[in-house]
Design a protein around this ligand. Sequence first.
Ligand SMILES: [Fe+2]
Length: 285
Amino acid sequence: MPTRAGIGLRLPHITEIVATRPRVGWLEVHPENFLANPHAMELLLELSGDYLISVHTVGVSIGSASGIDRNHLKRIRSFVDRLDPFLVSGHLAWSTHHNEYLNDLLPLPFNGEVLELVTDHVHEVQDALRRQYLVENPSSYVAFQASTMTEAEFLGELVTRTGCALLCDVSNIYLSAHNMAYDARSYLDSLPGDAIGEFHLGGFTPEHDESDPGGAVWIDTHAAAVADGAWELYGYAIRRFGARPALIEWDNDIPPLATLLQQAARADEIAADIPALETSCARAC
Ligand SMILES: [Fe+2]
């Protein structure tokens, strides 16, 4: 397992990373960016000799009522087999319906019926990939009247039923707590900490909230630096659960590579500032 934070490997940085081999803990890739790009795949395979790689799927769509696209899953499996990543993850969301791919991660109600559907799909993914899958908590903007459990309860039950792990996106919790008016630390407290296998950190963009004059809705754009409040929440998460591989995500308005490396260094500083005793106590308690 890496001891330093990683960064999302995006295509505009790939040749610079191949040429300069920056000191960063690990790299996370979206397989969908490489499947139809043999040159980028070649460079990624070269990098996998020097860096731990994590595969973060964006098109597997475990929340789709119409089922998982098995052809896409086969492509992901052969991608994973070639790279042998140390983690494979995806979102608690839906982004496909039958053959239609929607360029978004859409929300789900949290109830027994959806839990059964998602449980079946996580089993299908883990069976196909022959490894544990990490499921990421979503960024939230709406709640459903059809929900009968909280998001954290839903994720906890999913872990119990499937043996999957959790990708805890701290910035998603920070953003969702603002948008949905709940307490971010209480949300973290209610997650099954032992199941968390990775942390994500990314930036958001505030937009005018038409339903609340003077208010703002925070959009999970991954187009900015990590907010101070999200860094603070990250420190809380480490104190609560112990350190895990942490990743800086930046997908839009992509800055120079140096900016991403600075963000990863900040994650390392926060982790280093948490006393070891406190960390081991949080794991054991
Ligand atoms: Fe994320």
